[in-house]
Design a protein around this ligand. Structure first.
Ligand SMILES: Cc1ncc(COP(=O)(O)OP(=O)(O)O)c(N)n1
Ligand SMILES: Cc1nc(C(=O)O)sc1CCOP(=O)(O)O
Ligand SMILES: [Mg+2]
Length: 429
């Protein structure tokens, strides 16, 4: 049975990297469908996709871009098909293009041009991505072989748990959108990108999709502390001073976060911070700089959404280093998992002067909502809340299911840092 992915309908962050990851994980076909998109944006996206995968891409619009990239698959959405004369389809076919289309009424199979390699038909289940878009068939639907003028690919609401029904209904394949970009199946693919074992990967490619893939996410053996200190400098205090104070207070997880300084200076600071952390048996995490994390043999590396993508950094720092990724939205969390992050820094909780260009503030409501979504989808990855967090926020924040908190200013400004860290350690266990 053919499994086809449909792109997210909008342009989304790091999209080309996410698409490359899907292909690397064994995806055989991607339809790029961006209704109403502008040609320059589409051109940019395709240009960022690894050319090795162009032969696996089908374009839903702006077919004029195909030749430029050597893309040989063109999709004709229903409206475009109806506007395109049959002889044009044959011309495309004769020129070596593989064509596909979409129908929404199964009887339309009858009049369909033989120039098409396959057609999508749906929605076969209630759509995941389009709320209220209800299924066109019932569970007892069966597609007779003789009705199939061309191969028929089921679309709409398809996810891991109903894939077996697609086979029973005698479809030739399934196309997925919502399940990849909005929920469950995406997470399965994420797990592949995040390092499924060859056995699990083989099973998945054999379409035996009902195994409990979520357990693979929980096999994370890298220990993530619950209290993270983020270094800072003020007129009175250097980064190393702030780290020294946090270590004396009992923090065991220190992130060196240096902004606006040349990389060589950060490297020097990182060497000193590593020696300091070692002397307290604390773990050092380097923010933003994979090469520095590697050079000083740090325990970990933290990367934001605008930093180097985690898979690229992983090639630099190796598989054993802990890598954290920042997230602000549910999609970011899924992206971070798909990139193989070991933990997620989720924020900001509230406004803070420690970081500039903050993402939208989440507040308690935001954490409740995101943690609820993760729990519903049985996604289990350590979540570290960050941004303006005060010790008094911790009891309530912990009720949302987060793993721990990251703090900078509140710890430094605390009257009795040691007592604060002791209290936090109790609240966080
Ligand atoms: C634990 C933790 N979470 C989030 C961040 C923020 O990282 P990023 O988005 O890259 O922003 P900068 O810290 O680099 O300004 C973090 N550092 N740590
Ligand atoms: C480094 C950082 N990242 C954030 C994010 O929201 O991604 S907030 C933040 C600052 C954390 O320091 P403080 O505890 O002083 O607010
Ligand atoms: Mg960063």
């Amino acid at each position: 049975m053919e499994l086809i992915a449909i792109s997210h309908p909008e342009f989304i962050p790091n999209e080309a990297e996410r698409i490359n990851a899907l292909f690397r994980d064994g995806l055989l076909r991607l339809h790029i469908r961006k209704p109403g998109c502008n040609v320059a944006d589409l051109n940019r996206l395709i240009g960022d996709i690894n050319p090795d995968f162009y032969s696996k891409i089908a374009l839903h619009s702006h077919h004029e871009l195909a030749a430029q990239y050597g893309i040989t698959r063109l999709h004709f959405p229903e409206k475009l098909r109806k506007e395109t004369p049959e002889f044009m389809m044959e011309k495309f076919e004769n020129a070596g293009f593989k064509l596909s289309t979409s129908i929404h009424d199964i009887d339309e199979l009858d009049g369909l041009s033989k120039a098409f390699d396959y057609t999508f038909f749906g929605p076969v289940f209630d759509s995941i991505s389009k709320t209220g878009y209800q299924r066109a068939i019932t569970d007892d639907f069966y597609l007779e072989e003789e009705k199939k003028a061309v191969k028929v690919i089921a679309i709409g609401g398809i996810k891991r748990s109903n894939l077996h029904m697609i086979k029973t209904m005698n479809f030739d394949g399934a196309a997925m959108l919502g399940a990849i970009w909005y929920s469950e199946f995406h997470f399965s693919i994420s797990l592949i990108a995040g390092g499924l074992s060859p056995r699990q990967l083989k099973k998945l490619k054999n379409e035996n999709l009902d195994q409990d893939l979520d357990s693979a996410a929980n096999s994370n053996t890298k220990k993530i502390e619950r209290l993270h200190f983020i270094s800072n400098q003020t007129l009175e205090m250097s980064h190393l001073d702030s780290i020294g104070l946090a270590l004396q207070a009992g923090c065991k997880w220190i992130q060196l976060r240096v902004k606006d300084q040349p990389e060589n200076d950060v490297l020097e600071l990182a060497h000193a911070a590593k020696a300091l952390c070692d002397s307290y048996a604390a773990k050092l995490i380097i923010n933003d700089f994979p090469n520095i994390a590697k050079a000083v043999d740090a325990y970990g590396l933290h990367l934001g959404l605008n930093d180097m993508p985690i898979p690229e950094a992983r090639k630099i720092v190796g598989k054993n280093m802990t890598i954290g990724g920042t997230a602000n939205k549910f999609e970011d969390i899924l992206l971070r998992i798909s990139e193989g992050a070991d933990y997620i820094g989720l924020g900001p909780f509230r406004f803070t002067r420690t970081k500039q260009n903050l993402s939208p503030i989440l507040g308690l409501e935001g954490y409740l909502d995101l943690m609820q979504k993760l729990s519903e989808q049985k996604i289990n990855i350590p979540i570290i809340a960050i941004g303006g967090i005060l010790p008094g926020d911790v009891p309530t924040l912990m009720t949302t299911g987060i793993h721990g908190v990251a703090m900078s200013s509140a710890l430094i400004q605390s009257q009795d840092r040691k007592e604060t860290v002791q209290k936090l350690d109790k609240l966080l266990c």
